[in-house]
Design a protein around this ligand. Sequence first.
Ligand SMILES: [Zn+2]
Length: 304
Amino acid sequence: MDVLVSSCAPAIKGTFTATLPKITFENALADKDNLKGLRQKYLEQLLAESSYGQYAHSVVYDHDGKVVREAALEDIEKIISTQKLAEYHASNYVRYNYRLFNKSDEEKEKKKTYLLSPDGEREFRESLADSIGGTVNALAWCRSLASDIGSKIKPIIYVSGKVFETLEMGVLNLKEKFYLSEDILKAILEHELMHAYDDYSGMDLGNGLKIDSLNVLSLDPKLLNFVFEARAYLHAHEFAKARLGSQTQRFTLFSLFTGEYYNGAHTVDETSLTQFQKQIFKTQQGEVEKAYPEIEKMLKSYKN
Ligand SMILES: [Zn+2]
């Protein structure tokens, strides 16, 4: 068939491109159970339109969270069977589990050895599974393992059916409803695509501060999470900035604020960081602080 096409080509003057009909947000929304696959196709369209789309392997529409759950369970098995990842997660577990806070370093080390032994595998698996809840409930998920950062691997992005519903977000006593639109969906996707970019390229914070596959597993996990998330929230906020005063801008600002509240700088124990990590922390904090005046403006509007 290729031969036929090329032999016909000279007869056509000028360029001819067959364009598929564009799927609108409303089309995708109307395909309620994704029976026509329009939601999947629509997301693929959005991915192709983004300048960061090239860093994702693909996008998968996950109507009811089942696909994400399966993928997350698969990742747990991969962590358990990959020594460097198992050690990384077991170390983090004994370091940050509140039940072990007042235990000695020796006891924590003993617990870590137990988790990595056949006897402790069940408990280890359960501790890893605890984090699945957040992943399944998320609006979107960029699937990657900690060791993937800077590995030149393009991750898959999963988007939940929730992005086609009205979204109620809250933190402290602040609550806000967002009516999902193409623009907000794009902002959600941009957040995940920033993760995809960082997974692929690593994180260059300037001044020689680079997080990549060589040093990522030696970093404090709370610091890593803070930098990873802050960059994604700020990227989505940057995307929405051009739409001054729009609901999308408010959504990205609100996300940044709630993201800061849950995964922000305050979760990092600065005293335990090395000099290099302290520099990373300070640099990223500086980037987040640039958005503070806008966050403050947003917060004031709740008082009116
Ligand atoms: Zn994120």
